[in-house]
Design a protein around this ligand. Structure first.
Ligand code: 5RP
Length: 223
């Protein structure tokens, strides 16, 4: 029987076909993207360079001889490839299981196309079973947590974790995310919140799901 890692690898390998040659691309963070960097490196496909969203992804890019560039040194990116913790049928997502969603959202917003790669367990009818990661300024953690509680969530500090930007993560359980875009905006308006893990404004353009029957390419609104 195919394992979850097998399904992640199936999606990651298929995504190489969606990478245009001679362009700059963005690279996300997580175990699925690790398989993608390996597949891209082994494919021999020539790109101009990649903008990374984490130390781990940078290390792997170097290992496979893919040149890393700074987002500040490019005008834009042709595609952004990344995994997700949950993704719905219009390709809105919850991300940030690895705590990198701020960097990921920045790089995604600089890209013409977002290609999400995931194993089929991540495809859900409603976002919110996966606890929503919210990056907070440490000083504002309790204040923000009280406001998230008032919104019906159960906030829990991610103990012993500091983000790339020196902040903390509060994971919010049991939020009912029926309207991802307005929930994304409402949480980001709480003073002290740096960024939350709902990708409603920055939904993916293409989803590649790894399934036991092979890679399935899904466009927004398609079942
Ligand atoms: C990291 C992320 C990841 O894309 C998400 O957690 C999925 O990870 P994985 O590919 O390991 O299942 O958002 O911040």
């Amino acid at each position: 029987m195919a394992t979850q890692d097998d399904l992640k690898r199936i999606a990651a390998e298929k995504a190489v076909e969606f990478v245009p040659e001679n362009e700059y691309i963005g690279i996300g963070t997580g175990s699925t993207i690790n398989f993608f960097i390996e597949a891209l490196g082994k494919s021999g496909k020539k790109i101009k360079g990649a903008v990374s969203t984490s130390k781990k992804s940078s290390e792997l890019l170097a290992q496979y001889g893919i040149e890393e560039v700074s987002l500040n040194d490019v005008n834009g990116l042709a595609v952004y490839i990344d995994g997700a913790d949950e993704v719905n049928h219009v390709l809105q997502m919850i991300k940030g299981g690895g705590g990198a969603h701020l960097n990921e959202k920045i790089v995604a917003s600089a890209s013409e196309k977002f290609i999400c790669i995931a194993d089929e367990s991540k495809y859900v009818s409603r976002l919110g079973k996966f606890p929503l990661p919210v990056e907070v300024i440490p000083h504002a953690r309790s204040l923000v947590s009280r406001k998230l509680l008032a919104m019906g969530g159960q906030p829990e500090l991610r103990v012993g974790f500091t983000t790339f930007n020196g902040n903390q993560i509060v994971d919010v359980h049991n939020l009912k995310i029926d309207q991802p875009v307005s929930m994304e905006d409402t949480i980001n308006r709480i003073v002290g919140v740096v960024e939350n893990g709902i990708f409603g404004h920055d939904a993916a353009d293409v989803l590649i799901l790894g399934t036991a029957q092979g890679a399935k390419v899904i466009l927004p609104g398609q079942e």
